[in-house]
Design a protein around this ligand. Structure first.
Ligand code: FE2
Length: 264
């Protein structure tokens, strides 16, 4: 999606401009493509990461962008997570994936701020990932920007791949999204826009019990960073601050959007 021009791409740019105007110290991001097995979680500490290639996106759109891994902050994140009981380890060989670097390219085309990537855990326990966000929440007070990137509806098994394979057109949208996709997308928006503080955390985790959750997410990976964000933005101190819907795109007919909250 971010390989092409779309509302989400424009939104991320605006978000990046605002982040720079706020003088952010760095970015701490959880994406949708990196998970650790067992009971572990990882933090990226590769000083010179490569970029893993993106299918259907021309390398000229990302190959030359210089990544900026924030090793001191990675170390601090590891310490904070360890102090909360997480089985966390550094990963000095991890190469960055498009779930994070395409966001950074869109947000900060002029240069990548110091960035720390946090993995998911492959058991995809919503409460675990809320706790990861809650644990790293204090970094917001130091002016770090915490980001989750994923999708409100993301089911690769139900994508319509034809227009992409034939014409490289991911936004063809020959038929509209079906009811199950629209229903779940609405449930996500409702939780984010009408709950704050601990209620936001409860609402987000509860979405995984929604009757249409498994239709909307055949696998859990693209929903976990929303838990991370809810943890980071759902403290008692956050009561009264509600999320907003900033941008929405659907691609491959049945896969939506990059829906993320940004937090300062
Ligand atoms: Fe993805």
């Amino acid at each position: 999606m971010l390989g092409e021009e779309c509302d989400s791409a424009a939104y991320w740019k605006k978000c990046g401009d605002e982040a720079l105007a706020h003088g952010i110290k760095g970015v701490i991001i959880m994406g949708a493509h990196w998970d650790a097995v067992g009971d572990k979680i990882r933090v990226a500490t590769n000083p010179k990461p490569d970029k893993s290639p993106v299918a259907y996106v021309h390398p000229s759109k990302y190959a030359d962008y210089k990544l900026n891994p924030d090793l001191p902050t990675a170390k601090r994140c590891i310490a904070a997570l360890q102090a909360e009981g997480f089985n966390v380890e550094p990963d000095a060989s991890f190469n960055w994936i498009h779930d994070t670097y395409l966001i950074l390219i869109r947000m900060f085309p002029g240069g990548c701020p110091p960035t720390t990537i946090i993995s998911m855990n492959a058991r995809f326990d919503p409460h675990y990932h809320v706790k990861v966000g809650a644990t790293l929440r204090p970094f917001r007070q130091e002016n770090y920007l915490l980001i989750g990137s994923g999708g409100a509806v993301h089911n690769l098994y139900r994508n319509k791949w034809g227009p992409m394979l034939t014409y490289r057109d991911n936004f063809a949208q020959e038929t509209p999204p079906e009811a199950w996709a629209l229903e779940f997308r609405q449930a996500v928006e409702d939780v984010i826009t009408t709950n704050s503080g601990p209620k936001l955390r409860r609402g987000m985790t509860r979405l995984m019990k929604h009757p249409l959750y498994r239709d909307a997410h055949a696998t859990d990976d693209h929903f976990m960073s929303a838990m991370f964000v809810a943890g980071a933005a759902g403290d008692v101190e956050d009561e009264g601050t509600y999320g907003k819907m900033y941008a929405e795109d659907w691609e491959l007919v049945r896969q939506t959007s990059l829906r993320s909250n940004e937090i300062w």
